[in-house]
Design a protein around this ligand. Sequence first.
Ligand code: FE
Length: 203
Amino acid sequence: MSGRDHDTSEHGPAARVKALEQLLVEKGLVEPARLDAIVDTYESKVGPRNGARVVARAWTDAAFRKRLLTDAVAACAELGIAGPEGGHLVAIENTKRIHNLVVCTLCSCYPWPVLGLPPVWYKSFAYRSRAVRDPRGVLREFGVELAADVEIRVWDSSAEQRYIVLPERPAGTEKMNEEQLAELVTRDSMIGVAKITAPGNSR
Ligand code: FE
C-alpha cells in the first residue's frame, strides 16, 4: 500500500516537511506546541470558516447557489476566496435523497482555500479505504444515520478535482441571517461526514 501513498513515502513532501520541522525545533526557531496550535487553527478554525461563508451564502442567495454548483472556483472568487489547491473545486449538493461524501483514496487531496488543512482522520488509510467500500458504515461511525432510501455518493478527490459538500440547510433556521448561518456550518459537514443541526429548540 505504501507504494501508492506518496504522502507517507520516505522522500515525499510529508517527510521533507517533518525533517524541516525537526530542524527548526532543534535550532530553537519554533516551539512544537506553537506549531501544533497553528496547525489546529488552520485545520478547524480559519480554513473551514471560508467554506462556511460559501455555504451560508448559497443557502441565502439562490443565484449564488446556482453559480456555486456550476462553477465553484468562480463563485468562491466572488467572496474573495482563492489560493493554492483550490483551482479545481467542485461543489456538490446534499438533498433529502442524496448524501455526498468526500475522500481522497490515494492520499489527502483537499480543498485548502475553503476547508484549510485536512484533519488527521481524512488522511488515514482506514478512512481512505472504507469510505468507498462501506460509506454507510463510515457515516454511522461519525454519528450520521441515513435512511435506507438515501443514496450515498462518494467523491474521490485528486490533484485535478477537489470537492466541497453543500450541506442541507437545517429546518428551524428560516429567521437566521447569513452570518448566523455560517456559524452553524462545520468542517465535517462540508466533507460530508456530518449533518448540520439547528441550534436547540429554535423556532
Ligand atoms: Fe490526494
